[in-house]
Design a protein around this ligand. Structure first.
Ligand code: NAP
Length: 247
């Protein structure tokens, strides 16, 4: 169950946090994993760690704010790394602030990384998936994209945009055996949430039905499920992994 032997996966935002955990989990299950982000040193260390555990990984330096460059970088991947069947669009950033004071730059940075960046990577890979007649695409959104959050209008808009993108792609690509789904994590302990103050964390924890914050492994397990053959009849869905923060 949940084996990915012979499959090649690309995970964005794999240099740390949730993406790193997803990449490790897919590699542990037999996939060859291209680990993409901007910080090449961290990606090389991760690829080495995966290699020494018996898996296969290849670092790819990719900046989602440079969408024109992405398809060329992906086309330049050598065999067998070029036959990518699994894509996890995980990279994302926040630039929080109250809407009345939000600058266009704050808005554009978040939209370009989270939404346009995911569009560019997915478009670069979809033709190959169509040729293979196999594909599993997961977009890492957020419960914030479903419920909204004061101070995160840009982030919520980008994450809600991923849901519309995924549902449309699911409809376009289903006949080619390409499944497209969304993961919506709640509050997961990573560098992204380290910035949240203790008082806010306490208030947040009271909104979580399971009374704990999530871990990167909680998200990695759900990502593995969505890309596995066991989920082959699931497409166009949003899977909340939030401990009941959003029901
Ligand atoms: N943590 C949470 O509670 C939570 C909740 C819901 C959803 N999420 C989502 O889950 C995803 C991962 O979050 P995380 O908590 O693991 O965050 P994180 O620790 O801040 O990691 C973000 C990742 O995105 C990459 N990234 C950022 N900008 C990039 C760019 N321009 N080009 C390429 N890669 C870029 C970073 O790598 P480099 O800096 O090396 O480029 C890093 O690997 C994000 O999409 C986030 O919105 C997180």
């Amino acid at each position: 169950m949940f084996r990915l032997d012979g499959k090649t996966a690309l995970v964005t935002g794999a240099s740390q946090g949730i993406g790193r955990a997803i990449a490790m989990r897919l590699a542990e299950r037999g996939a060859r994993v291209i680990v993409a982000a901007r910080n090449l040193a961290k990606l090389e260390a991760l690829a080495e760690e995966i290699g020494s555990a018996g898996g296969q990984a290849k670092p790819l330096s990719l900046d989602l704010t440079q969408p024109e460059a992405i398809s060329g970088q992906i086309e330049a991947l050598p065999e067998p790394w070029s036959e990518i069947g699994i894509l996890v669009n995980n990279a994302g950033v926040t630039r929080d602030g109250l809407f009345a004071r939000m600058s266009l730059e704050q808005w554009e940075e978040v939209l370009s990384t989270n939404l346009t960046g995911s569009f560019a990577v997915t478009r670069a890979l979809v033709r190959g998936m169509m040729r293979q007649r196999y594909g599993r695409v997961v977009f890492v959104s957020s419960v914030v994209g479903l419920m909204g959050n004061a101070g995160q209008a840009n982030y919520a808009a980008s994450k809600a945009g991923l849901v519309g993108l995924a549902k449309s792609l699911a409809r376009e690509l289903g006949s080619r055996n390409i499944n497209v789904n969304v993961l919506a994590p709640g509050f997961i302990e990573t560098a992204m949430t380290d910035e949240v103050g203790e008082r806010a964390k306490q208030q947040l924890s009271e909104t979580i039905v399971l009374r704990r914050f999530g871990t990167v492994d909680d998200i990695a397990a759900a990502a593995l499920f969505l890309v596995s053959d066991e989920a082959s009849y699931i497409t166009g869905q949003v899977l909340n992994v939030s401990g009941g923060m959003y029901i």
